[in-house]
Design a protein around this ligand. Sequence first.
Ligand SMILES: [Cu+2]
Length: 492
Amino acid sequence: MQAKTWGWLGVLGIGLLGLGYVYGQRSWSPMGGMMGGRHGGNGMMMSKTVSDVATSQTTTAAHPLALPKRLKPTQATKTKVSYTLTAQTSQMAFKPGTKTKTLGYNGNYLGPVLQVRRGQTLQIKTRNQLTRPTTFHWHGAIVPGKDDGGPHQVVAPGQSKTVAFKIQQPAATLWYHPHAMGSTAKQVYQGLAGLIYVRDKQSDQLHLPDKYGVNDFPVVIQDRSFTKNNQFDYDAAYNSDGTKGNTLLINGTFNPYIRVTTKLVRLRFVNGSNARNYQLKLSNGQAMQQIATDGGLLSKPVAVKTLKLSPGERGEVIIDAAKFKAGQPVTVKNGQQVVLTLRSAQKKVSDGQLPANLLSVPTVNTTNAQHQTLAFNGMGTMVSINHQQYSKDRIDLTAQQDRPQVWTLKNTGTMMGGMIHPFHLHGVQFRILSINGQAPPANLQGLKDTVALDPDSTVKIAFNFKDRGIYMYHCHNLEHEENGMMGQIKVS
Ligand SMILES: [Cu+2]
């Protein structure tokens, strides 16, 4: 393990070692260390911390950013769009040399973009061509519990299942990934994740940059470790407090760049990592204009110098590239790591606009709300919610459809300091009412389905269940989820 780690880190890694060790997991440090876990204990702490320091990709970006295919519907009408999505085993050449064994949807790594308009029924035939059970979870979709793709909706190897639900939510960047108990983390790590673009008339009228791969780019950020033989070895990389890797893959591309040919560029960031938290900045110090959160557009663009994304969260930004110069690339960085290089063309065209106001964000009337308090506690295999670990046979909470919900989420920390727990609730989009008693920052005042709970913090959220069924809520640190930091609510 030491040899592998040092090989990847190279000389720079030695310089970063101190940082990685000093910063704890309490912080949002891009190089945040990890303690405990399967490899925990003082004897191993240094080596685990070293391997957690992501490789600093300072070399010139070598590869054009891969763009997931936009999946061709098997059928499309004004009211319904149908797709077939196949989870399969494959392989992919991420690096020179041996190909990496991967999982993908309809391809070799990640999956295609499913496009749907608000008001349409989204029908998806899901097929499992893996050797193990999987599920197809629509993260961020407002969907009946039976179609949500949680742990109860397993598709066995060789089997298929068709789900259909009407899209009744605003334009947003949603995503899909497996959610089978015991294999979510490993299957995501090996490549199973894809995007859903929801569009609607209101957002179309804003004329935001929306030309796919021209001025509108998906940016799925994942960290992975490769073995000497270029393989993902999930079991070797495993950490019970979150499996992290020392190499970034963006849409499955190592060290990617995009060509900037327009004055405004829209980036749809998705934290598709198992456990790593990101703090994204532009290398030239310029602010990004955040226009959307997990569930759709903000009421107006919010200038952010740093965009924080915990696992599962999305953030869409518009970057003003008018002043970018050819030959002087600007990078999106996470600490010292380069996430994406923006290479400017000589001439950039005006295409798309950044309106002063976007759309009004749906509010939740909390009169007569049902209140719940959830305490997130522990680390490693000892994680729990309200001192219980997930049981598939136990319903933890109940709620009524359409009755407002106000949930108080407490990250109670630990003697060791605790960790960020990205809280995710299925089947809804919520609003954040407060963080530690204060109004949330402007860029967290949109629709959310995932929110980072910092150690010793309290976050209040409000929402309605618009559908019925059984829904999961859990920590989106996928190893915590697998270790039981998950519960289920029955909505009737
Ligand atoms: Cu957690």
